[in-house]
Write a new protein. Structure first.
Length: 231
């Protein structure tokens, strides 16, 4: 569920039989629901001439913990409002309910270049309640960010006659060490109950990168991976 305080909300679940074997992806359903919500919200803000950070904060209602994450991520990234061609994109997500859920906000800084989109930096603020092991939490967030980059910028699997035509990891265009951006993480001090950081980084990476892509190029991608059809 989105972290925003909405006066009316309906969620429909429509199972579809695709007749292909599937497996679990890190982030579970959060990997694509966060992308849909945060990309759409960015579109709405842009269509109404609103600055994306203040627009989100105004919709949060009483979730001051998420507002703190948004403000801290913006501070880390020297957020300039996501103005035209700035190459900055903002997204946030909560996993769990308002009382016990973990929160994350991210500003992706990216630029378009030869061969696609280059993510230069990911500025992240996280509230997972009382920290039990800071190093482990940081590693979970960093690893999730890179996995989320793969979802956003990797190559779509190829299929032929209903069968996979991609058999090697090299075919999937996953991020290599040289592709990894600078990642800056700030943990928000909290005495709330600890929350699991394992999936948070994955969920918020694709929409932040998608919104950075729009800021850098004017291209709005509404599906993952973002550059399946190239720039």
């Amino acid at each position: 569920m989105p972290p925003y305080k909405l006066p009316s909300l309906v969620v429909d679940h429509v199972p579809v039989e695709i007749r292909l074997p599937t497996g679990r992806v890190r982030g579970n359903a959060h990997s694509y629901t966060a992308f849909a919500i945060e990309s759409f919200l960015d579109e709405v803000a842009f269509a109404n001439g609103r600055e994306p950070l203040s627009y989100r904060i105004a919709m949060l209602g009483e979730d001051i913990r998420m507002a703190a994450c948004l403000q801290r991520a913006a501070q880390l990234a020297d957020w300039n409002g996501g103005s035209d061609q700035s190459g900055q994109g903002l997204a946030c997500h909560r996993i769990g309910d308002a009382q016990t859920g973990g929160r994350i906000a991210c500003v992706a800084s990216a630029r378009a270049g030869e061969g696609g989109l280059r993510v230069a930096k990911l500025s992240v603020a996280v509230d997972i309640g009382r920290l039990i092991n800071r190093d482990s939490a940081r590693q979970q967030i960093e690893g999730g960010r890179i996995f989320g980059m793969g979802i956003a910028l990797g190559a779509a699997p190829r299929w032929r006659a209903g069968l996979p035509a991609s058999f090697d990891y090299a075919d999937l265009g996953l991020p290599s060490l040289s592709d990894c951006p600078e990642i800056e993480i700030a943990f928000i001090a909290s005495e709330s109950a600890p929350a699991d950081p394992g999936e948070l980084g994955v969920a918020v990476a694709p929409p932040a990168i998608a919104n950075a892509l729009f800021s850098a190029t004017g291209l709005r991608s509404r599906r993952l991976p973002l550059l399946a059809d190239a720039l």
